[in-house]
Design a protein around this ligand. Sequence first.
Ligand code: F6R
Length: 640
Amino acid sequence: MEQQLITTDPIAYEKIPTKIFKDSKEASNAVAHEIAELIRERQRQNRNCILGLATGSSPKTVYAELIRMHREEGLSFKNVVSFNLDEYFPMEPDSLQSYVRFMKEQLFDHVDIPKENYFIPDGTVPASKVKDFSEEYERKIDAVGGLDFQLLGIGANGHIGFNEPGSLVNSRTRLMMLDHSTRVAAASDFGGSLVKVPKKAITMGVAKILSAKRVVLLAWGERKAPVIAEAVEGRVTETIPASYLQTHPNAMFVIDERAAHELTRMRTPWVVEDVEWTSKMVKKAVTNLALTLGKPILKLTNKDYNDNGLSDLLARHGQAYEINIDVFNQLQHSISGWPGGKPNADDTNRPERALPTKKRVIIFSPHPDDDIISMGGTFQRLVDQGHDVHIGYQTSGNIAVADDEAIRFIDFVVDFNNKFGIENKETQQLFADAKEFLKNKKDSDVDTDGVRYVKGLIRRGEAKATCRFVGIPEENVHFMDMPFYETGRIEKKPLGADDVAIVANLIESIKPHQVYAAGDLADPHGTHKVCLDAIFAAVEQLKHKNFMKDCWVWLYRGAWAEWDIHEIEMAVPMSPDQVLQKRMGIFKHQSQKDGVVFQGTDAREFWQRAEERNRGTAQLYNKLGLAEYEAMEAFVRWKF
Ligand code: F6R
C-alpha cells in the first residue's frame, strides 16, 4: 500500500486520527501533496487513480494547490478518474450553484483530466430515473476498481456528502432530502434566498464513501468545531454521519486550529499530555476550571485543582490562592473603559499606553458594517475620548445588497433627477441599464458593473450615516474598495499586491498609534480573513518605518464568533445606554436588516448577535468573579 503523507500518533480521546494544522492553507497543501503522490504512484504503476471528490468551501484550497502543481511541477491528471459526491436536485449543470460548474471552475478546466474521466451526479435526470442513475453511478465506481481516495468536507450538522443525519451506515447512492440547516447554510449561494435552495440532492451513499481505501475529511474554521469534536470523540451514531469514519481503517481528519477548538486536546490539553505552563496556559486552565465548576476564580481550592487534572499546575505554584490571585489580576487589568489609553494613568496595569493622550486610530472594517457591529462601543469611546479616529472600509460589500433594495434606490434617483431637472446622459443610461438588468435577472446571472456600483453606493451611504452618528468627520472615512472583492460573486479573487498597497497607503498616510482589525476568521466567505491578511502583509511591509514602532494592532471579532475568555487582552465595558446607542448605529445599515442576503446559519439579526455576544462576554467576566457590566467588547493584541 502507498505510504500516506499525512500521519499522526494516536491521541487520547480521539477515535479518528486527526491532524491539526495552523491554517487551512498549510493543511490543504499537505492533502494536495498526498493526492499528487497517489496520482504519481499510479502513473508509475501504469494504472488509473480513482478519486472521490467533494465540493463546498473546504476543498477549494486543495484544488488550488493541485492546479499549481499541474502548472509548475507538471503533475498530470491524465490517469485520474474522479467521482463527485453529490449534486443538488434538480440542478442545471451551468447554473452558478451547480457542482458541475463548481468542479470545472475549481479544478477540471485548469488541469489535463480527460473530459470522459470525471463523473458528477446529474441534477437533470428525471425524478423517476434517479434510482437507476444512482445504481449506475455506483456500478461505474466498482467497474474502475473502487475509490482509491475519498476527499470529504463536513456539514455543521455532521453530514458527509449529502448524507444528512439519520443516514444509515449501509446507505447507497440516492436522492436525499436536505436538512433544513444544510439549506440555510447554502442559502448565501442562492442570493440569500432559502426558497431557491433545492430541497433535494443526489448523494453518494455512506457505504460507498466508507469503501474508499483512504478517506480524508477537511474542516476549517470554528463553525465546524463542535461537530468535529462530536465526530472524533463521540460515539458512532447516525445523527452525526461523519462519526461513521471511526469505523474506517484508513480515515483521517485534516483540520485547522479553529476547527480543532472543541477537541479535548485543545480545550483542556493538560488532561491529554504534559503541557508547558505559560501564563496563557495557566489563564486558560484556571478560567476553564472556574467556569466548569461554576465558581468565581478566587473561590477555587487546592482540591478543585487536584480533582480536575490540574495537580501538576498546583504543584508548581504551591497554593491555589497564588494562582487564583494571579489570574484574577490579569483579568481585572484587561478591563478598560479607555481603549485609547487613560490620560495620566499608570500604564503597567492597563491594556493600552497612556501616551500620546490623543492617538491617531484606524479601524479597519472588512465590510461596511463590521466596525459598528463588532466594536461600536469602543469606536464611540475612542471618538468621545478625543482620539483622531479614521475608518477604513476595506470592501464595497456590494454582493450583500438585495436586488429589490437596488431597484428602490435607482427609482429614487430617477425620481429625484426628474423632480429637480437633473440631466446627465451617462447616469441616466447607467440607471436604465441597471433597472432593466435587475428586472430580467436570472439566478445564474452575475450583477453588471453598473448594478454592483449602485449596490456599493447603498452600503457607502449607510456607512457614512454610521460615521456621522458616531461623530467622525467625513474626511476620516475611507472607502478602499479592495479589488479582490470585486467579482460580483461569492467567489473572490486571491489577495493581490494592489490590495495590500491600498491598505499600506492608508496606514502610511495616517501613521496610526492604534490599528483595529477584524481578527474574525469565521465569516462564511472568508472575506474577513483576506482583509486581515492584507493588513498583516501591509504591516510587514511597513514595520521598519519609525511610526510603526509606536503602533499597536488590536484584533476584534465579528458577528460570527468571540475570542475565548483566556485570550482577551482588552475588554471594553458598555453601559446599558451605550448598548442601545450601538444598536442605533447598527440600524443605519438598513440593507443588512431583516432577511439579509448573507444571514449565515444564525437566524438572529446582526444587532442581536452583537448584543448577545457582548452581554455574554460581560457575563463570563462576572461568573469568574469580576464586576458585573452590562456588556463588553473584547480585543486581542497582535504583536508584529
Ligand atoms: C460537498 C458536500 C458537503 C460539503 C459540506 C461542507 O460536495 O458533499 O458534504 O462537503 O457541506 O461544506 P463546506 O466545505 O462548504 O463547509
